[in-house]
Ligand binder design. Structure first.
Ligand code: 3PG
Length: 307
């Protein structure tokens, strides 16, 4: 059987070589497609593979259709919005993610962005410190929990909101203060860090009304997805509230207009950087390889997201 790693944005070489070991030790053939520039290369590469491991690569209905032997797709990472689940379901193809494996890298990037924005993107001039400020965590999953600990270590007052917190279904560790509504969270966050997954309910869910609630001088950090932001609302609030700053891992679609109107109150990474560490590549990549092998060998469906 054949396992293909297809990554437009490659894993660190050490992760690739360990993934190859896992696949070959299981008796399967390892195939690699990196830095492809055209979807036809992916369509061609998937033709006779049994398993596909990807990062943010788009696994569309066309890709699934081209992969006649495909049994499993593993998204090495958290968000699986890049995989067409309906197309996978129609072929009974198992889809998995590797939850938690790259969370620390993303939490560190969020923390770094907070300091970067607090210090005026390291330009001359008086910045501020994040210590003693209020950190709001919107969606308290793997990444939010790590960021909460880092916030506590830096003497920040940490607040968190997620539906399970509001419904009192989640016991929070000491130092993390649950709030009952998302409006309340935004109303009291000097640093607001977004960790909401993108799905039909969350698309464009963070817009003008919510962002308007932020206190004076607040910094918004988005290491989740651009799709959860209502970009017209973001632009409007950023224009009206010249005290706000926005840092995001991946450019919004209206980036040029945002920068033209808001200058360096806006910062965007050129390419998604959250999971771009050797450690995250190793954690997520090896987990993905083990999960693909585990399914092909033993039918293990732990971490399947389309059950
Ligand atoms: C994720 O959902 O795991 C992150 O967004 C990382 O995506 P990447 O593997 O494309 O860097």
């Amino acid at each position: 059987m054949k396992i293909l790693v297809a990554t437009e944005k490659p894993f660190a070489p050490t992760a690739v070589s360990d993934i190859r070991d896992i696949v070959e030790k299981a008796g399967y053939q390892f195939l690699l497609l990196e830095k492809y520039t055209d979807k036809t290369q992916l369509l061609d590469a998937v033709k006779d593979v049994d398993a596909l491991i990807v990062r943010s690569d788009k696994v569309t209905a066309e890709v699934i259709d081209a992969a006649k032997n495909l049994k499993i797709v593993v998204r090495a990472g958290a968000g699986y919005d890049n995989v067409d689940l309906a197309a996978a379901n129609a072929r009974k193809i198992v889809v998995m993610n590797t939850p938690g494996q790259n969370s620390n890298a993303v939490a560190e990037l969020a923390l770094g962005m907070m300091i970067y924005m607090a210090r005026n993107q390291f330009n001359p001039g008086t910045g501020s410190e994040i210590s003693k400020k209020r950190l709001g965590i919107h969606a308290y999953g793997h990444i939010g929990a790590i960021l909460g600990r880092y916030g506590n270590a830096l003497d920040m007052k940490v607040y968190a909101y997620s539906r399970s917190i509001a419904q009192k279904k989640l016991a929070l560790p000491q130092g993390i203060n649950g709030v009952e509504s998302v409006e309340q969270l935004y109303g009291q966050s000097d640093y607001l860090s977004i960790h909401v997954p993108v799905n039909e309910q969350t698309k464009k869910s963070i817009g003008y009304d919510l962002l308007s609630k932020l206190p004076k001088g607040a910094v918004i950090i988005n290491t989740a997805r651009k799709e959860v932001i209502d970009e017209a609302g973001l632009l409007k609030v950023m224009e009206e509230r010249t005290d706000l700053k926005y840092a995001t891992d991946v450019k919004p679609d209206n980036y040029d207009e945002l920068v033209a109107k808001c200058g360096n109150r806006v910062f965007a990474t050129p390419k998604k950087m959250g999971a771009e560490t050797k450690e995250a590549n190793i954690n997520a990549g090896l987990a993905a390889a083990r999960q693909a092998v585990g399914y092909l060998k033993d039918g293990d469906t732990t971490f399947q997201v389309n059950k």
